[in-house]
Write a protein of this length. Structure first.
Length: 332
């Protein structure tokens, strides 16, 4: 690692972000404050040539000014493996294009870059399916294509949540009660008549008063506050994009238990920034692609979650550099 390391970000167009809420921008501010030079990529700037991960990088400067929050320099071609850190902050949908990008970033990782979050984990840890690795943390859940089994699950629990496996931001989430005449069409739509997997979960009534809380993990450790997203009176969904209100709260003992069950395992796999979605006592999703919530919690509690993430990245870089130096010393 050089004396002034480089951090690159892969993200959606920076001109289109919401200045007041964007978590990636907070990460870039923190990285610049910690002495990183910044580079900017969009997905179309990445490619592989003869197995080498490359990109069309633009130097990036960021500012805490709602009228001018970024400045981009002239593009240049770089080997991604020569960059110290690459933040993968492209928002879902988690489609084939997203998957292809993780292959490019995995080659960058093989060739020397630290990628956050780790590309293999981004591919392997579907945000809804990966809860199956932690059943002790979750309410009753069924992932299936079979609409008959979905009906049986509805009959067993009386009220359920049904959603696609690839959705984000509260899209296509349905709450169904036993006897609802729309159940058939909902199951047909989400499974495409039994040809696609979907997820159904026992409805958790705590969402009405306590919301759908985002617990943020940095390198496996929970931040001290959660962002409870309270649905509007006219909606069931605890998603800010769907009109929910974000209210910060201290972590509960149950939150800390859930974080202790899940956080260390993800940190071991290179997932340094993770969001757990918690309703009542249960995790409903494990968000690894592009978790948000930093800015709301920072504003409400005077903390700096992005700085904690960058400090964790810096520690890992220094540990890797020291390990490489030690290995070099033993071979000479």
């Amino acid at each position: 690692m050089t004396s002034r390391p480089t951090l690159a970000v892969v993200m959606d167009p920076i001109a289109d972000i919401k200045f007041a809420k964007d978590s990636t921008l907070a990460m870039l501010w923190a990285a610049a404050a910690d002495g990183f030079d910044l580079l900017y990529f969009e997905l179309g700037d990445l490619w592989l040539r003869d197995g080498v991960a490359c990109g069309r990088a633009r130097p990036l400067k960021v500012f805490k000014d709602p009228a001018r929050w970024y400045e981009l320099g002239e593009p240049r071609t770089v080997r991604l493996g020569d960059i110290d850190v690459i933040l993968m902050r492209k928002d879902p949908p988690f489609d084939t294009e997203y998957i292809y990008s993780t292959y490019i970033l995995e080659r960058a990782e093989d060739q020397g870059a630290m990628v956050v979050n780790r590309p293999r984990g981004l591919r392997d840890m579907n945000e809804k399916v990966y809860t199956a690795w932690f059943p002790q943390c979750c309410a009753a859940t069924l992932i299936t294509r079979d609409m008959t089994d979905m009906h049986a699950f509805l009959g067993e629990h009386g009220k359920i949540v049904c959603k696609p496996l690839h959705g984000m931001g509260g899209r296509s989430i349905f709450v169904i009660e036993h006897g609802d005449k729309n159940a058939n069409v909902i199951f047909e739509t989400l499974t495409d008549y039994g040809s696609r997997f979907a997820i159904v979960q026992r409805y958790l009534p705590e969402i009405v008063t306590g919301g759908d809380s985002r617990v943020l993990l940095v390198d496996g450790e929970p931040m001290p506050f959660a962002l409870a997203r309270i649905p509007s009176s006219s909606d069931n969904r605890g998603n800010l994009a769907a009109g929910a209100t974000g209210v910060g709260r201290p972590l509960t003992e149950r939150d800390r238990f859930l974080a202790a069950q899940i956080g260390p395992r993800l940190a071991e796999q290179g997932m340094l920034f993770v969001g757990l979605d918690v309703i009542g006592d249960y995790v409903t999703e494990i968000n690894v692609t592009s978790p948000t919530g930093i800015r709301e919690l920072d504003k409400q509690f005077g903390i700096d979650i992005a700085a904690a993430l960058i400090a964790s990245i810096r520690r890992r870089l220094e540990a890797a550099s020291a390990g490489a130096a030690n290995r070099g010393a033993t071979t000479t």
